[in-house]
Design a protein around this ligand. Structure first.
Ligand code: ADP
Length: 843
């Protein structure tokens, strides 16, 4: 309280720039907030603050295009309304935003801007007295004298006249009536302008009218316009006088479509039949007693509500969902293990281990007929067939299949639904999925459980745990439904790219099945057995129209794709099909195959009687359709200077080859590292340098001028090119050592060698993870020899036979052996170079 008796708002207010509505004192408006400044205001001010004062913000109308908010601050409107944020609701769908419910308190004028970021803060001057709203109507003193009194009286009478034209049985109209009598007259222009149908521009005029007299003058015409409009409506509609009032209250858009108070009323006759039908459906939905009780209660409420109330649609949607849910509808399982095996084999090439485990899982289920047990989680790079296997499982069981994408979900209401307290609330994805499939025992594929996020709105992983827990999920309660739904018949399968980021509690519930990437040969087979036939069918083509020879497929794989799975291979085949489909569709115009493949040498000889079909895709046609190759075998080209070595890295997307480059220059022993590196990688680099300095003499390593300390008067720069992926992990140790040994000795690393392994200060090579994916990546890149830690020998068993044949594996226990295998003819000074032949194993 201040000396003049009014409540003071803070003199510094954070400002919400409102693009969509004008807040007037005394009214409550919902604002949807998604521009950066406004989002900051909510997250840093409203959600952090604990005092009442921190919930007071200024709302400034911003008539500019909201797209420009990120640029410089637009010239702000000078007058705004201070308001109290009474509700903040955050959501991530369809994009991150907050929904704020703000009640306007009083006008203010912006005196000066204090800062513009992260949100706008301004020094403000309060314009309206606040006590007017808190004390009972004290008529007479201010508003009743002279012209002002006259105006206020006129205004009040007009408002009463308007009320008289509306249906008092509509609750909002009744509320308007109450407000009219209880509020002080001075507040009426603001309150009425926000309740009747006014444009934002008109509201802005009322907002800008700082003097009371002007405010009445501005608002009065709006009120009379409304009355005139209603009168006109009455005249034009020749209606039964009994119904008059109801119809009056606005079918077309509403006389009072104020967002906060909906003064619309509508005739309710027509929904009589509707609710009867709904009631029948409720009884026919076969839902458990608890749910039935809730439905009947809601139904009873619904019958009493006018259709135009927002609440009506809310309740109606709720009941529609309740009757649609498969409370007791299910499909019959038809599991025949032998048939399942055939089906899995027919659908998927290779991945034997995974298929075997899936069959075991299904067999156990058949014997036990209960679903309690771990959830299967397929972990592997994208495009290796995880989703596809999930789909096959559903097929073998004769169940419905539904995929729930969890990538980026960071709000637990995505899983568990929003409470039915505000407009726009909806059930979570589990309940939605059940509604989509229409049975209560589908296969749900929880896709990308490793990409669940966390946020203010609670941890979705916790909600998911409840869904997956067989002890709890028979009574899963979605916030929207607010009654339990039995999920115990749902078969859940999860997929992920990596287990590292799966929340541990969730991981604990799951049995992880690794699905590694494919070799070149497997990919060719998959393409010919599955991808090409599928794509042909999808594009309405037949093998008689399009033929892709094996060599072409190999070409696509090695020169147009670089991936662990087969997704972009599938896409490239799709592109070829499209190109051919156009030719086929053009039909008669293309009579000769040369039209498609102008200079194909293969066809030139047969020009006399060229077969029109099939159109054969050779490497020239391939180039025409897919453009120049995206990847060339670059390995040998890059290894032409000392100071470059080829390492193998593991990423959630599969194995990758990784070049390590080093250069040196005059300096004082500094080490520079570049290329998106993590801390462990930096440590590896320091370890490598220390070990090389220690052993410089043995290996005859020198600095640029031949001194025995390679770092003397020298700066070293290590770079890990390619890709914006952060590289971390200790497995680059051996590669860094090899790269630097090459730099310090001036010798070239063999161009067909790739390596992986952690190192110690004493020069030992320790085992690392992801061997299969790494070796496959090396194989893909055309590498001939792979150097691995000796203790990873057991991982080689998992590799396909042809990879064993093509690659030469060197199992190294120490760095001496690594260097010896990485350089042609061994590395000078290595023990093994002098004594025995290379320790290689051709497994
Ligand atoms: P993921 O879920 O692992 O990202 P998808 O299941 O979506 O991969 O697979 C991508 C495409 O590759 C699908 O069309 C799938 O049928 C096909 N595919 C993947 N692996 C195989 C395989 N072993 N045999 C046949 N098709 C496969």
């Amino acid at each position: 309280m201040t000396s003049d008796g009014g409540i003071k708002i803070p003199s510094r207010l954070p400002l919400l720039l409102s693009h969509e509505g004008v807040l007037l004192p005394g009214s409550t408006v919902r604002f949807s907030v998604d521009s950066p400044r406004n989002m900051h205001l909510v997250s840093q001010r409203l959600l952090r603050g604990t005092s009442l004062k921190s919930t007071i913000i200024g709302v400034i109308p911003n008539t500019r295009d909201p797209e420009h908010d990120t640029d410089d601050l637009p010239t702000l409107h000078k007058i705004g309304t201070a308001g109290i944020a009474v509700q903040v609701v955050g959501s991530n769908w369809p994009k991150p935003h907050y929904s704020l419910l703000i009640t306007g308190l009083c006008r203010f004028r912006v005196s000066s801007l204090l800062k513009e970021r992260p949100f706008v803060l301004a020094e403000v001057e309060q314009l309206d007295k606040l006590d007017q709203y808190t004390t009972p109507a004290t008529e007479g003193a201010t508003a009743e004298d002279g012209e002002l009194g006259e105006l206020s009286k006129k205004f009040y009478q007009a408002a009463v006249q308007l009320l008289g034209m509306l249906d008092m049985s509509v609750p909002v109209v009744a509320k308007f009536r109450r407000l009219l009598d209880s509020l002080p007259r001075e507040t009426l222009p603001d309150v009425v302008a926000s309740m009747i149908r006014t444009s934002n521009k008109e509201k802005l005029q009322v907002l800008d009218a700082v003097s009371l007299e002007e405010r009445f003058k501005k608002a009065l015409p709006m009120l009379t316009k409304q009355i005139e409009g209603l009168k006109l409506l009455q005249k034009t509609r020749k209606i039964n006088p009994d119904n008059e009032k109801r119809v009056l209250s606005v079918r077309k858009g509403g006389v009072f479509p104020g967002r906060q108070f909906n003064l619309d009323g509508e005739d309710e006759e027509e929904d009589g039949d509707d609710t009867v039908a709904l009631e029948k459906k409720v009884h026919g939905a076969n839902m458990p007693d608890a749910a039935l009780r809730v439905c009947l209660k809601e139904l009873k409420r619904l019958k009493k509500m006018p259709q135009s109330m927002p609440e009506y649609a809310l309740t109606r949607n709720y009941l529609d969902l309740m009757v649609e849910l498969p409370w007791s509808k299910s499909t019959k399982d038809c599991l025949d293990i032998r048939a399942a095996r055939t089906l899995l084999d027919n659908d998927h090439y290779a991945m034997d281990k995974l298929k075997r485990r899936v069959l075991e899982y299904l067999a156990v289920r058949q014997l036990k007929t209960s679903l309690k047990g771990p959830i299967l989680c397929f972990v592997g790079p994208p495009g290796v067939g995880k989703t596809s296997v999930g789909r096959s499982i559903a097929r073998t069981l004769g169940r419905e299949f539904h995929r729930i994408a969890l990538g980026g979900v960071c709000d637990q209401s995505d899983i568990r639904g929003h409470r039915r307290t505000y407009v726009g609330s909806m059930p979570g994805r589990i309940i939605n999925g059940l509604k989509t499939v229409g049975v209560n025992n589908p296969v749900f594929l929880l896709d990308e459980v490793d990409k669940l996020g966390k946020s203010l709105q609670g941890d979705p992983a916790a909600a998911l745990l409840e869904v997956l827990d067989p002890e709890q999920n028979h009574s899963f309660t979605d916030h929207y439904l607010n009654v339990a739904f039995d999920l115990s018949q749902v078969l859940f399968i999860a997929t992920a790219n990596t287990t590292v980021t799966i929340p541990p509690a969730l991981l604990d519930r799951m049995e992880v099945l690794q699905v590694p990437g494919y070799t070149q040969e497997e990919r060719v087979e998959i393409a010919h057995r599955h991808l090409i036939p599928n794509q042909l069918e999808q594009h309405g083509l037949t093998p008689q129209q399009l033929h892709i020879p094996q060599e072409t497929t190999q070409d696509i794989i090695s020169r147009y794709t670089r991936e662990a799975g087969v997704r972009s291979l599938e896409r490239k085949i799709g592109a070829i099909c499209r190109a051919v489909a156009v030719k086929v569709a053009e039909g008669h115009r293309v009579t000769k195959i040369e039209d498609l493949i102008p200079e194909s040498p293969a066809q030139q000889g047969e020009k006399a009687a060229p077969p029109e079909m099939p159109i054969v895709i050779d490497h020239i046609a391939l180039k025409d359709i897919l453009g120049p190759p995206l990847f060339e075998m670059e390995v040998s080209e890059r290894l032409t200077l000392p100071g470059v070595a080829l390492g193998l890295a593991w990423t959630p997307l599969g194995g990758e080859i990784m070049f390590v480059e080093a250069s040196r220059m005059e300096g004082d022993g500094q080490l520079t590292l570049t290329g998106q590196l993590g801390d462990v990688m930096k440590e590896s680099a320091h370890l490598a340098i220390s070990w090389l300095r220690t052993n410089a003499k043995t290996y005859q390593l020198t600095n640029m001028v031949g001194s025995p300390d390679p770092l003397e008067g020298t700066d070293i720069h290590l770079h890990f090119p390619a890709g914006a992926v952060t590289k971390d992990g200790p497995s680059a140790g051996v590669t860094i050592v090899t790269c630097l040994a090459s730099l310090f000795s001036g010798q070239l690393v063999r161009s067909d060698v790739a390596m992986t392994g952690e190192i110690t200060l004493r020069g030992l090579v320790l085992p690392v993870g992801g061997i299969k994916d790494k070796v496959l990546a090396a194989h893909r890149a055309g590498v001939k020899r792979v150097i691995l830690p000796k203790r990873n020998e057991k991982d080689l068993e998992e590799l396909p036979a042809n990879v064993h044949v093509d690659l030469d594996f060197v199992l190294a226990g120490n760095l001496d052996e690594v260097l010896n295998a990485a350089f042609d003819g061994g590395f000078p000074g290595t023990a093994s170079a002098l004594t025995h032949p290379q320790l290689t194993s051709k497994l």
